[in-house]
Design a binder for this molecule. Sequence first.
Ligand code: TYD
Length: 213
Amino acid sequence: MRGLFITFEGNDGSGKSSALHTIMEKLQKSGYDVLYSREPGGSKVAEKIREVILDKDNLGMDDRTEALLYAASRREHLDKTIIPALKEGKIILCDRYIDSSLAYQGYARNIGIDEVYKMNLFATESLLPDLTILVCVRPEIGMQRIKKDNREMDRLELEKMSFHQKVYEGYLELAKKFPERIKVIDGEQTREKVVEDIEKVLMPLLKEKYDNK
Ligand code: TYD
């Protein structure tokens, strides 16, 4: 039996990670077999690549190098973590996946969504999520939230506001391009409402797959 591969996407400060953790706890309490993972990272080699990508010392990194590193880390993550869990029938909740590369490298870095998509289809052997939850907030709100948290920003978060604006636009493009797979959630609502909206799209899929046996 194949499991379910669910990814969470969103621009920086969208609140997707905290929503993901709440959903995960709820699913585990209901008895579902859930695996959490996140990109970049999620396996030994992928975590090493993550350090290189997010290191603030690497500010001059070439855009295509960046895209290739994300894809390489994704490949490792898929091979070592995602595919084995899918084979075991688990529900994988993954914080970021292919759409992050399409929005950040493809659209915001101007490499082109289609170019980055092709390269990622090679890296993933076309393994796409069953469902992608896209939590969006206007970039000015997202960045305000990050500043309020007072934590150190990584290399990507330190980008100019125009970059964050483009990431946001890129995600909206993706939602139009893949309407079947990507469901958009308004991240400017209360945390409770964000979780509720996610459950509305997620639960029917889970019930169909696991509860009708
Ligand atoms: P991280 O702190 O893990 O993420 P989050 O913002 O989800 O809390 O940082 C990951 C950064 O890398 C984030 O700014 C998005 C970016 N990113 C890409 O540019 N391309 C990708 O393919 C992925 C997976 C992430």
